[in-house]
Design a protein around this ligand. Structure first.
Ligand code: NDP
Length: 252
């Protein structure tokens, strides 16, 4: 058993990429993990994998852009796993391209998932995180919000994605100040380019541009960011890692 024994984590966007890797990593340290996303088949397969390794997992099909579904995912986690010590707010979409003549529904999708979805999950989770910090096994609770290098540096061609991730940074810092005195640590993780399915949802011409940009670069793997998240949530109670920006070595 690891240092997260007796704790419960909810990971959003657990059906692929960083969320999937984070769920495996937290489970390996003894956390019971609730896995939230829309693709139930992927969640079931991951839950089976975690259980086969001796862990505890719960698949929770949820679209975080629906406030009721986000709240229900938190409630089901607490009802079935008993508590909530850690929220990894990771679900996100990245739809890049120029602002001029952009399909505005892509903006709406990004704001719905990356900003509102993250905030709905945070809102529903906070009472449970505060309770865990008051009398849980570690007397501390964590909310890890996954932003991006795009939340630090704006670039021509990713304006609205930049806007959503800057929003995540602002929200996280304000919330950190609000709850840190009560031992709920709010952390921001800002990955650079990670090899996942994320870019695959872009229009073909945009996807080509993204592929060219990273063609010769050794990108991060989802496990690298899972390590980062696990590092944050396994610090002693008096240590809060507020923010970590992790780029592939070659990324400028
Ligand atoms: P993936 O596309 O592999 O994962 C995204 C996850 O988000 C999936 O599990 C997806 O599940 C979930 N998701 C998307 N929409 C919703 C929704 N409406 N409700 C619930 N879940 C949803 O990409 P990554 O693992 O790379 O992305 C994870 C996070 O990391 C994102 O916030 C992204 O912005 C951030 N990030 C990624 C970087 C990269 O280079 N890959 C760099 C910087 C940040 P499903 O479709 O089943 O619902």
């Amino acid at each position: 058993m690891g240092s997260l024994s007796g704790t419960v984590a909810l990971v959003t966007g657990a059906s692929s990429g960083i969320g999937e890797a984070a769920a495996l990593s937290l489970a390996a340290r003894g956390a019971a993990v609730a896995l939230a996303a829309r693709r139930a088949d992927r969640l079931d397969a991951l839950a089976d994998r975690i259980r086969a390794g001796g862990g505890v997992a719960l698949a929770v099909e949820a679209d975080v852009t629906d406030r009721a579904e986000a709240a229900a995912a938190v409630q089901r986690t607490v009802a079935e796993l008993g508590r909530l010590d850690t929220l990894v707010n990771n679900a996100g979409v990245m739809l890049l391209g120029p602002v001029v003549d952009a399909p505005v529904e892509e903006w709406q999708r990004m704001i719905s998932v990356n900003v509102m979805g993250l905030m709905y999950c945070a809102h529903a989770a906070l009472p449970h995180l505060l309770a865990a910090a008051a009398d849980g096994p570690r007397k501390v609770a964590d909310m890890v919000n996954v932003s991006s290098v795009a939340g630090r540096v704006a670039r021509n061609g990713s304006g609205v994605y930049n806007a959503t991730k800057h929003a995540v940074g602002a929200f996280s810092e304000a919330l950190r100040q609000e709850v840190t005195g009560r031992y709920v640590r709010v952390s921001l993780v800002e990955p650079g380019a990670v090899e996942t399915e994320l870019a695959g949802h872009n229009r073909p011409e945009i996807l080509d541009t993204i592929r060219q940009r990273f063609a010769d670069m050794e990108r991060l793997q989802a496990d690298d960011i899972a390590d980062t998240i696990t590092y944050i949530v396994t610090r002693p109670r008096h240590v809060a890692v507020n923010e970590l920006l992790v780029r592939p070595t070659q990324q400028q």
